[in-house]
Design a protein around this ligand. Sequence first.
Ligand code: ZN
Length: 113
Amino acid sequence: MARETAEERALRLDLTELALAEGAPLIGGVPERWLQRPRFRCTNFHVADRYSVGRRGRISCIFCDLPVQQTFPEDRSGPLARTDGGLPALRTRGDANEADESHRAQYSSRPPR
Ligand SMILES: [Zn+2]
């Protein structure tokens, strides 16, 4: 297994925390609903529903080729949002519209590229 960078480790711990917070049985380390609509996040804040496969079979980002980890279905590109409690913000299907609004507000303040 390739060496894990500090950023990859931090992302892995955040995503593990999120997976456990859902309180559902884990399959391969993630809740089943994550597997139904798989999304993948790299340490460059890219999120996509696809990944590329490197020579060693490691899955990597389709944008920047860094290793990716499976993330929750509502995740979108940008910093992993955190709540005040320190847990990454979790958006559920029920408040999808509201989440979209706050998502736009959060990311519209980013400087243009
Ligand atoms: Zn990337």
